[in-house]
Write a protein that binds this ligand. Structure first.
Ligand SMILES: C[S@@+](CC[C@H](N)C(=O)[O-])C[C@H]1O[C@@H](n2cnc3c(N)ncnc32)[C@H](O)[C@@H]1O
Length: 319
């Protein structure tokens, strides 16, 4: 079902995001994937002039839409076009620790409907898959330029597709691929007769190319580290994932930070949209929300033995 007319993107689990991030207290709030600022507007509506909202996105159309959507809010708004792995210096420029941070992974409805090769059924769309039109690498570069082995490895790594070698061989035979239709045709021809999950396989292969083109998982991992490091004690982070590989990254980073006593995980299990939300916004059905809270320094273990020993008191110790 397409998005409602005039809507850039309908934000998923919006009420839950706001409940967890608790915007209100003065501070710095950031949204690393601001998109059309659906979530962003709900956050800003709860902030006054004492707060700053930093929104970043690598898609210039998203920044334009966010700037329109955030007109008239009371807090100070800073919007920057940036890949999420590069947010560290932007946040440092704003100064001060973060009170709350949001990452809503993946693509917006606007991008999906824009015909830039994100939608599987958009067979005429160029095999592009860039969110940042200034980026050189496209999905077509990968499909046409990689060796058969590297292509098979890419498909396997980003989709777990067990027929990755066979599919890569078919893609190489079909070169040059220009459109999503070319990709779908090549994958379909590679499937053995009677293979019942053709649609799933094509979706997984397209997803693998998308993840690699946008370096989505690598960027997510870096961005999580950069953001968590800048959260103030008690500050919260919410991440919305749309596929299992993204979830695996978030789970791994959250667990690592929990083990080093920097984070408390607020969602032992990911939160999902209600049936009612999915009915209203079918694209929300794959959303998985994970959240965590930064621990106060006093709760962190700085390696001095006793739980609750601050860094100053650790001076002279080996850690
Ligand atoms: C699901 S949409 C976000 C929608 C937004 N929460 C809203 O309410 O409108 C995801 C956005 O993240 C951006 N994005 C995805 N990966 C990114 C990355 N690695 N760096 C920067 N932006 C990214 C996309 O361009 C897209 O606009």
């Amino acid at each position: 079902m397409p998005r409602p007319a005039g809507e850039y993107h309908v934000p998923a689990l919006a009420k839950t995001v706001v409940e967890i991030l608790r915007p209100g207290e003065p501070g710095i709030y950031c949204d690393l994937t601001v998109g059309g600022a659906g979530h962003g507007r709900m956050i800003c509506d709860r902030l006054d002039e004492r707060s700053v909202f930093v929104g970043t996105d690598r898609d210039p159309a998203a920044i334009e839409e966010a700037s329109r959507k955030l007109k008239g809010v009371r807090c100070r708004v800073i919007l920057r076009r940036a890949h999420m792995e590069d947010v560290g210096p932007i946040l440092d420029e704003v100064g001060g620790p973060l009170r709350a941070a949001l990452i809503d992974c993946g693509i917006s409805s606007d991008q999906l409907d824009r015909g830039t090769g994100f939608a599987l059924d958009d067979v005429g769309a160029l095999l592009d898959m860039r969110q940042d039109p200034g980026q050189e690498l496209t999905a077509a570069h990968l499909a046409n330029g990689l060796s058969e082995k590297d292509l098979a490895d890419l498909i396997y790594r980003y989709s777990d597709e067990r027929m990755s070698r066979r599919i890569a061989a078919a893609i190489v035979r079909a070169r040059p691929l220009e459109t999503m239709g070319d990709l779908v045709g090549a994958v379909r021809r590679s499937l053995p007769g009677g293979y019942r999950h053709g649609q799933d396989t094509m979706r997984r292969v397209a997803m693998a190319l998308r993840l690699a083109t946008g370096r989505e998982l690598e960027q997510l991992e870096t961005a999580l580290g950069e953001t968590i490091q800048r959260l103030e004690p008690g500050g919260r982070i919410v991440v919305l994932c749309w596929m299992s590989l993204e979830q695996a990254v978030v789970k791994r980073v959250f667990r690592r930070e929990k083990l080093s006593r920097k984070l408390e995980i607020l969602t032992p299990k990911p939160l999902r949209p209600s049936a009612e939300e999915v009915l209203q916004n079918p694209r929300a059905r794959a959303a998985h929300l994970r959240a965590a809270e930064k621990l106060a320094a006093a709760e962190m273990d700085f390696g001095c033995g006793a739980h609750g020993t601050g860094p100053e008191r650790c001076q002279g110790w080996h850690f």
